[in-house]
Ligand binder design. Sequence first.
Ligand code: BES
Ligand code: MN
Ligand code: MN
Length: 471
Amino acid sequence: MSNMVTHSATLQPVLDKIDATLDDSIARLQTLLNIPSISTNPDYKDDVRRCAEHVTADLLSIGLKASTHDTIGHPMVVATDDSAGPDAPRVLYYGHYDVQPVEPLDEWNTPPFDATIVEGKNGKRIVARGAADDKGQLMTFIEAIRAWKQVHGSLPVRVVILLEGEEESGSESLVPFLTEHKKDLIADTCIVCDTGMWDESTPAITSRLRGLVYIEATLHGPSHDLHSGGYGGAVVNPANALTKILAQLHDEDGRVQIDGFYDDVVEVSAEQVAQWNSLGDADALTLESSGAKATFGEKGYSTLERLWSRPTCDINGLRAGYIGQGAKTVIGATATSKISCRLVANQQPEQIKNALFAFLEERTPNGCHWDLKNFGVAPAIAVPTESPWLSAASDALTNIFPNPAVLIGTGGSIPVVGEFQEILGVDTVMVGFSLDDDLIHAPNEKFELSCFHRGILSHAAILEAYASIHV
Ligand code: BES
Ligand code: MN
Ligand code: MN
């Protein structure tokens, strides 16, 4: 993949090797994608382990030290390479080898664990669960490391790789593992490969992540389901009551009505907003990748501001009454909702969760009660943008892609970035190659082969760029 840029005599043969062996890299990605490592479903426990062992074996075959570590949940994979010598910077790479469930299965055009290459608008793409989130991404740095080792026999920096198997299911082992293995994981900088690009020609470094509060709220009314003729109008219908309460979560301007919700929100600077709005037509990209016919949201903010710097509250699931085929005249005994809030810098997740619980409790209809579950919270994160690591990574991306790298935010959450900061004291550079239309968490998830290829080339360039940073 030639660019106008001249690369060093050390880097160029690595890039050539990557180009020449791309088909092998794709085949290895396919093998990895075909292992159904769904972490949230206990039926797949053995597959998740098999996936960890497969990656460990692959890393060993490259010449890294690697092992699969048992945890209270799914295994962690840790690999190291010290061939650069004791004075070289040490870089921690993080990715997750677990994937989301595949339902609804009948919406997949090809089986989710039979990775298939198909033609798309940006050339060939690979379709499978985990293609972009996150197996295709973690393979970008693994393949870059493989090429370096093959060409030069050693790496330009010391490397430690941590691959998690519980990212999509709550990461219960993460903090204990980081705490216990702190001294083996400590590094000068970290790269997390779980984010996206601006568009297919424009690579990006992500500096802001939103946080998350996720709850389930079930409203209980009558002791059992009732005939809606015999009881409708006589006793409370939990489905009516729940939806009425949920409708009060937002006002007409799209502002969240939970008490104190915006108290700690920090407005981003005008410069920051201007930089984001100069990136391009975010509304067009959002409409195209979402298939929505109009954008929507809190009044007074652009789409990128709403996505990257404003908190939200969304119903992620609803279940009540009868939802099978045909009609059934029934008043269900309960109504359930799953609700999540995306949080921004400075909002306190525990406080928001408690305020959301209080919002519901205060509106409890006469004769009803709630069952409220908390699925965990994570704070929003901003990483420093003035760092030699970030600048070096940005330059390396710019030397590989047609367009220069840009600085972006994301609406998603990657709690590990905060844990690395807190437990290991290391700042992360988030570099990833997925696109907004990759359908992560959805049927027909895909990863563009051009993103995969350039992702590998970029990581090779980053390895070289990092070697000359003095720590
Ligand atoms: N890779 C995603 C996060 C992400 C999404 C980054 C979109 C950039 C763009 C990650 O695997 C994920 O799904 N995170 C969850 C976190 C949650 C389960 C704690 C999320 O954001 O919902
Ligand atoms: Mn991910
Ligand atoms: Mn995910």
